[in-house]
Design a protein around this ligand. Structure first.
Ligand SMILES: [Zn+2]
Length: 380
């Protein structure tokens, strides 16, 4: 996901209980080395012309939060994959449960999971840092920075391969793995080193790019929930995201997810797709994963001008409301987009964003609705 945006302020900094990830590292556990299922596993000659996928996050099961351990993360990831496959999702995600931190249960780790392990970042954030960040105010919805950049950025202990391998070992087929965009991460940091937002953003892009080779996923998705509200930064965001996308192995499907933010059902960023067309067309991606269900109908007009070399993924499940869409509603949303952009342009349908803020029962029924609606539209 996008698991989407972090809450207005980050949580307490004093760790009390070790997160599953920390426990795993402490135990020296390693996921088995596995190969990714090929893209063909998600799309074959017999598969429908429009595939279903999810965006990334899944609600953290209560039993994982109550008794976190490496084994519990693996078990929960199996459950999340199974739920999606049984619902009929063609390309499931791992649910991003490995990012869950019991000390920060009100965030889904979309930012902190990447920022905290990196070299060159201090996560000691007190009053003066918070006040400096507020004056700088790069993100209106975030009061505290995720960290302070104190030196040259490096991977530190960030190891996406280990977490991707853990997911691959229990995926049971094709799956998608997600990474937060360097631009979005840069917006959460207070910079005391680079002296240039551009340099900081590109440095983050280089750190993330170095993590891409060899990731055993069928599809890698870069998540960005901030640029829609800041279209002036689009060239920088595109350049830094392309660093990451270009580092993905040949044969691995590349996806980019965009949304307008999602926290507690709120739209965080103002903006529309129209202003971002040049940016979208500059991305080195195979397909887009766009928030559209919780958007004004006028947004559909912009989709016509997205380069034909980029396949369209459209959000047809609104994750900001608890209403479970009917198959007719989902089918009607797909039809509305294909009427605008022409038949055959839509290759993927999905929820608008990650599911992490919904109740599990709601998320599960929405996944079923997604598949039923796609099937209804295609007459399957
Ligand atoms: Zn999102």
């Amino acid at each position: 996901m996008c698991s989407s945006c972090p809450p207005p302020s980050s949580a307490s900094q004093s760790p009390v209980i070790k997160s599953p990830r920390t426990l795993a590292a402490a135990a020296g556990l390693r996921a088995p080395s596995v190969k990714a299922a090929p893209v063909a596993a998600a799309r074959s000659a017999s598969s429908p012309r429009i595939l279903t996928t999810t965006v990334g996050s899944y609600p953290v099961p209560d039993w994982l939060a109550a008794l976190p351990s490496e084994q519990a993360v693996i078990d929960a990831t199996r459950v999340v994959f199974d739920l999606q496959r049984q619902a009929g999702i063609d390309l499931p995600t791992d649910g991003e449960l490995y990012r869950f931190d019991v000390n920060h249960p009100d965030t889904n780790g979309m930012i902190e999971y990447f920022i905290r392990p990196m070299a060159g970042i201090s996560s000691v954030v007190g009053r003066s840092i918070t006040e400096e960040f507020t004056r700088h105010s790069p993100m209106g919805f975030r009061r505290k920075p995720a960290g302070v950049v104190t030196g040259k950025l490096g991977e530190g202990s960030l190891n996406l391969l280990a977490d991707c391998q853990r997911a691959a070992a229990v995926a049971g087929g094709a799956f998608k793995f997600t990474v937060t965009s360097p631009y979005m991460l840069a917006r959460t940091l207070l910079d005391h080193h680079y002296g240039s937002f551009n340099k900081l953003t590109m440095a983050l892009g280089e750190v993330l790019a170095a993590q891409m080779p060899g990731l055993p996923a069928t599809c890698l998705q870069v998540d960005e929930a901030n640029i829609p509200g800041n279209p002036a930064d689009a060239p920088l965001a595109a350049a830094s995201m392309n660093l990451v996308l270009d580092a993905i192995d040949a044969g691995t499907e590349r996806a980019v997810h965009f949304c307008f933010g999602n926290y507690g059902g709120q739209t965080i960023q103002k903006g529309n797709w129209e202003k971002l067309l040049t940016f979208l067309n500059a991305l080195h991606t195979d397909h887009l994963v766009l928030e559209l269900a919780h958007r004004p109908a006028a947004d559909l007009d912009a989709l016509k001008r997205i380069d034909k070399k980029i396949a369209l993924g459209i959000g047809v499940i609104d994750i900001k409301v608890n209403h479970i869409e009917t198959a007719d509603e989902v089918a009607a949303r797909i039809e509305a987009v294909e009427k605008k952009v022409g038949p055959g342009r839509v290759r993927w349908v999905h929820p608008d964003c990650g599911f992490w803020m919904l109740k599990r029962s709601i998320a599960d029924r929405k996944m079923e609705a997604l598949v039923r609606g796609r099937d209804k539209y295609l007459g399957r």
